[in-house]
Design a protein around this ligand. Sequence first.
Ligand code: IFM
Length: 487
Amino acid sequence: MTASDTRPATATAATSRHFPSGFLWGAATAAYQIEGAAAEDGRTPSIWDTFSRTPGKVFEGQTGDVAADHYHRFRDDVRLISDLGLSAYRFSVSWSRVQPTGRGPAVQRGLDFYRALVDELLEHGIQPAVTLYHWDLPQELEDAGGWPQRDTAERFGDYARIVGEALGDRVERWITLNEPWCSAFLGYGSGVHAPGRTDPVAALRAAHHLNLAHGRAAAALRDTLPARAQLAATLNLHQIRPLTGSPADLDAVRRIDAVGNRVFTGPLIKGAYPQDLLRDTDRLTDWSFVREGDLAAIHRHPLDFLGINYYAPTVVSAATDSDPDNARNDGHGASEHSPWPAAEDVAFHQADGPRTAMGWSVDATGLSDLLLRCTRDFPGLPLLITENGAAYEDMPGPDGSVHDPERIAYLHSHLDAVLKAVDNGADVRGYFLWSLMDNFEWAYGYSKRFGAVYIDYDTQARIPKSSAHWYTRVARTGELPAPEAGA
Ligand code: IFM
């Protein structure tokens, strides 16, 4: 989209409002969550294959072995995306499907799958957006030390080059990492995600090596891709609110912002780690794993857009004696171990009001606040909402259809928040609903349904929910209906 084909979001009537022309309407998925075919065509286990087989880690011991069987049904799924009227689709590549040991030569069958998927999308007029890493590190690389080890970043650069060479002639939007905060701090800090380690220093090392991996991948992709290609990273930026306006609560916001957000936006966008983050964590590490030249390498190829994933705001305060279990309330899963290094004196709170099936509060103002904050902090950087959505207890009714008015209301309020941010100057280029279809929700297995399309896991039938029909109307018209007409 160029400056000349953007027009401001406008209210055409008191009741309906338009998105800017050229706005991308999409849906997102991730490889391990939908593909299945875990041991086919040369794919080897990732850390999530191992973690999901570790007793007690995933709901009812469920795995991504079959998931939504997308590997075998991708042509039908692309038809579905097309029927939904979407102009874009974000998917991720399984690293161990294309490079089974995480190093060395690629497996052609793995690359063929993604080429066929991309071709199918393009034939249906759907723009692919590729995520290179959505949490499924090849197990062999974890065995060699995983993200806390620098070599993993180097391996990621090689892998990016392989995928860039295979798909670069036909994919324009490239996202190196999805939510590296989760990879580092849930994977190596609280241990609720694979690989399930619980060491705060390993988590900080992982964060740096993920940043470095982005830098290495960006260099490899810039070397491989045509100049028109757009490079980005996707962050689950925390929209953090203080419980009260007290100086102590405001400092809790600063602390969580440093280790939740600026630990990535600092190096990726500004070229440096924030001084307050280094100070806050200095009793854990001296950060000597950051080597000379790393920050320049991370920052050398500027982001063409920033991918933002938003679900709910984070409310914090300074901990008091009545908040002993401080990280339990942060919405990121129960663990004895906090994902927030050196933040034992910060407490997390659940806001009052409606919640999704994940227990996350429904608060769309968090999204407009976040978009406007990014607009202020990163002037000139286009934003793409690469994930937003909600899990609810969806069930087919007696007639086989699935009605999900709560999801429609969630999407409506969040799209309204996007328009408000656009009206106030945010350069938002598109919106990808999470998720296209129900899928493996990590430690929650298949117990949480985020899809616009219902999956019957016994038959693999796909049933578009009423939210999918609603979203189709919005995507086709570029118009947000009045709330009462929307649900
Ligand atoms: O399912 C996840 C996705 O993989 C990453 N972002 C959050 C989603 C919902 O938890």
